[in-house]
Design a protein around this ligand. Structure first.
Ligand code: CTP
Length: 395
């Protein structure tokens, strides 16, 4: 990675201040960075700030003759190994998608022959607007990597997707885009996530409250470390993390088959909240009985995907299960580890609002004992777990 060059375009949004932190992280990772500030970006951060942090000249104008003499805009766009846009505003994405080149940033983007990575940040309605979504789809079709914005409270007071991903997450995406030999490069890791739906009849199903957020974050964090990740997802509406191969399934039996089909793997992280039972689904919608008699459902046990894998000849070298518990968390997790043949059980107390929430408190139960990580955002749990997996596979 050392010496690779990033051209960072800083757009005009309040999240521009986070670009300053990103410059610091990029340099800490051994990369060099040269910044271009749009006119809007200059309303939020100064060229002086970015010049000091990057220790490189900062470019702001297409008509800066000195720059043209010393380094033309074509050269500027091609000297870098990767062009990164942080924050990518709705306006910048729109001009990129349309191929407009009316300032230094968009001219560089049109002239570059290097991969482009955009980290959008904008108001939730602007992000959800059909025009922005159309532009993002067009840019992705053109080969631009457009990261998904984070969801949360926004500077404008609204709530939803549109926040700039954390600088650490953007750095991971940069490293991935550069084809960095991350610690998990060459490894195949399976992740299951989300709930399963078990049909009762063509219109009804049994489900659970799993949102899939923790499993998706883990899949993304593993990919960011260079792993080839197969994410087997139950029915959730989450976007696929960058660099992850996703297989959508509905039932536990479909999930078991998809896991089997994705083997072999160096590690597997079974985060899914798999339904323990299914019912023999009726072919037609179950109707109310004239006498008011309730229907009776006959339950059959589903395959235990983790336990099957844990005791199979194709068991991955590192097998990690999750345990959602509402009481005696550690004791239940310890028993599950042995029963299911897992190396680690990540136990979480779901008696609060963990399911669907942004934070998680987990205990890693392994042969070495218990390590507790209290009240962390799910993406931080994900990056820590990915680092722990990388260390375990390396050792
Ligand atoms: N799991 C699985 N297949 C199942 C059930 C669970 O692979 N049919 C996995 C989950 O993905 C998780 C771990 O097993 O990694 C523990 O899941 P959990 O629902 O907590 O365990 P159960 O076996 O359902 O135990 P219990 O109902 O006693 O809590």
């Amino acid at each position: 990675m050392n010496g690779r060059k990033i051209l960072l375009i800083v757009g005009g949004g309040i999240a521009a201040y986070k670009a300053c932190e990103l410059v610091r992280l990029i340099r800490k990772a051994g990369l060099s960075v040269r910044c271009v500030l749009t006119a809007g970006g200059q309303q939020f951060v100064t060229p002086m700030t970015l010049a000091a942090l990057s220790e490189q000249p900062v470019h702001t104008s297409l008509w800066d003759l000195k720059d043209e003499a010393e380094m033309g805009h074509i050269q500027l766009s091609r000297q870098a190994d990767l062009v990164v846009i942080v924050p990518a505003t709705a306006d910048l994405l729109a001009r990129m998608a349309a191929g407009i080149a009316d300032d230094l940033a968009t001219t560089l983007l049109l002239a570059t022959d290097k991969p482009v990575l955009a980290a959008p940040a904008m108001n939730v309605r602007m992000w959800g607007h059909a025009a922005t979504q159309r532009n993002v789809a067009q840019l992705r079709a053109d080969g631009v990597t457009v990261l998904e914005p984070d969801e949360g409270a926004m500077a404008c007071g609204e709530y939803g997707p549109g926040r700039l991903p954390d600088p650490e997450i953007i750095l991971a995406a940069i490293q991935r885009a550069l084809g960095a030999a991350g610690p998990l490069a060459g490894r195949h890791i399976l992740v299951t996530a989300g709930p399963t739906h078990e049909p009762i009849d063509p219109v009804r199903y049994i489900a659970n409250r799993s949102s899939g957020k923790q499993g998706f974050a883990i899949a993304g964090a593993l990919a960011a470390l260079g792993a080839r990740v197969t994410l087997i997802a139950g029915p959730v509406t989450l976007p696929t993390p960058a660099g992850v191969n996703r297989v959508d399934v509905e039932t536990a039996r479909e999930m078991a088959a998809a896991v089997d089909a994705a083997l072999p793997a160096d590690a597997a992280v079974m985060v899914a909240a798999v339904a323990d039972w299914h019912v023999a689904a009726a072919g037609q919608k179950i109707k109310k009985q004239a006498d008011g008699a309730p229907p009776s459902l006959a339950f059959t046990e589903n395959p235990d995907i983790l336990a099957t894998l844990g005791h199979s000849a194709r068991r991955p070298g590192l097998l990690i299960g999750f345990a959602a518990e509402t009481q005696d968390v550690i004791a239940h997790a310890t028993a599950k580890r042995t029963r299911k043949g897992a190396d680690w059980i990540v136990a979480n107390d779901v008696s609060g609002d963990v399911m669907g929430g942004a934070n998680n408190s987990v205990h890693i139960v392994s042969a070495d004992g218990v390590e507790s990580w209290p009240d962390l955002p799910k993406d931080v749990v994900a990056t820590r777990l990915a680092d722990r997996i990388a260390a375990a596979l390396a050792g």
